[in-house]
Design a protein around this ligand. Structure first.
Ligand code: EPU
Length: 337
């Protein structure tokens, strides 16, 4: 029997630590419970918010609908020659899954160590860090289709992964991911392309890194650059790195020769939003109860007691100033509720 709670605070369910409440709240521990929930006419027209770890979310007001918190657990793996398939419930904590893989020496996810959030949320924005994206280790996922009340399988192509993008983001509110299957390997192919990994391995005198070494080094880099949400509320990168046509990039480059940029294929250039924001003087700035992180300007933080509106207001100011200085429009990466 599903337990629906009323008027509960979401403060402990979002990593920004924003104190907003939900009119109704239900936790889903098994996929059958989704069928039960969506068959109940009481919840038919109501506004819904599906939550995993709440790590990519900014609540700007109380939510006057039904919050569905995905808590389906379980991790299983199957080995076929050197291929490893791991399937995990949507409610598993992402980093617990990474630790599972690292412990078993299954290669592929180690660069994605310590990313906050849940397994079920990971395909939605195709999470990525330190040279690897979720799509590189994704096999398939299973999702509940709200319109039909049935479960559907999505292979990699069907997910239409892009930079921090997928069909689940494009068709928001249509599907609820219940489990994800990953394709890993018993043969490690260590990825140290991201400069800071190489540098930290050198510092540690490691020349032949294992999966565990990479996981530890990545975790170390994250801790040194990014605020820990359990002490300082945040949702990771607040904006996407803007991708612009070379023609728009050229005038920026002429005026600001140091602009941090990466080729993004098809005549496109990706700019480092953190750099753009820092150049506008925002890095480490405290504005009321909010601000940007001192070691990474792309991360907005809650210094304690910030409201979602306050954080949103700061993000608008940042967008305006980056646009004024560089003519580049930043896009929020975090879900604004
Ligand atoms: N930079 C600055 N100032 C800053 C921040 C960054 O000049 O305040 C410069 C850095 O010096 C570097 C470049 O910008 O040259 C890139 O910075 P970084 O390597 O920290 O990565 P990022 O592009 O800012 C992205 C992801 C992060 C991910 C890192 C590492 C996005 C939106 N963010 O950040 O993902 O951890 O790469 O791979 O793509 C997240 O999505 O929540 C997230 C944390």
């Amino acid at each position: 029997m599903l337990q629906i709670h009323e008027n509960i605070s979401l403060q402990n369910f979002n990593t920004f630590g924003i104190d907003a409440s939900a009119r109704y709240f239900v936790e889903i521990n098994h996929e059958d419970e989704l069928v039960e929930l969506f068959m109940d006419p009481q919840w038919k027209g109501i506004e819904r918010l599906v939550m995993g770890g709440g790590s990519n979310l900014l609540l700007t007001q109380n939510f006057d609908g039904l919050v569905i918190r995905m808590n389906i657990r379980g991790i299983e793996h199957r080995i076929n020659h050197t291929d490893v398939f791991i399937e995990a419930g949507a409610g598993e904590v992402w980093n617990d899954l990474v630790n599972y893989a690292v412990k078993w020496e299954f290669a592929g996810m180690e660069n994605l160590s310590l990313i906050p959030g849940s397994v079920g949320a990971s395909p939605i924005q195709n999470i990525g860090a330190y040279g690897v994206e979720l799509k590189d280790v994704f096999d398939s996922c299973r999702a509940f289709e709200i319109a039909t009340g049935t479960f559907k399988a999505f292979d990699k192509a069907a997910c239409q992964f892009g930079y921090r993008d997928s069909i689940f983001k494009q068709q928001k509110g249509e599907y609820i991911i219940v489990s994800v299957k990953f394709h890993l390997s018993l043969v490690a192919s260590i990825n140290t392309r991201y400069g800071a990994i190489e540098q930290e391995l050198n510092n540690r005198g490691i020349t032949n890194p294992t999966i565990k070494d990479i996981s530890q080094v990545v975790s170390h880099i994250r801790v040194s650059k990014l605020p820990d949400p359990s002490t300082i509320g945040n949702a990771g990168s607040f904006f996407k790195n803007p991708v612009i046509p070379v023609t728009e990039f050229e005038p920026v480059k002429t005026q600001y020769p140091d602009v941090v940029n990466y080729p993004a294929g098809d005549g496109l250039i990706k700019l480092a939003a953190g750099w753009l924001i820092e150049q506008c003087g925002w890095k480490g700035k405290v504005v009321g109860n909010t601000g940007t992180w001192k070691n990474q300007a792309l991360v907005l933080v809650n210094h304690g007691g910030a409201t979602g509106e306050e954080v949103y207001g700061l993000s608008s100011q940042i967008i305006d100033s980056v646009y004024t200085k560089f003519g580049v429009m930043l896009e929020r990466e975090v879900n604004i509720i």
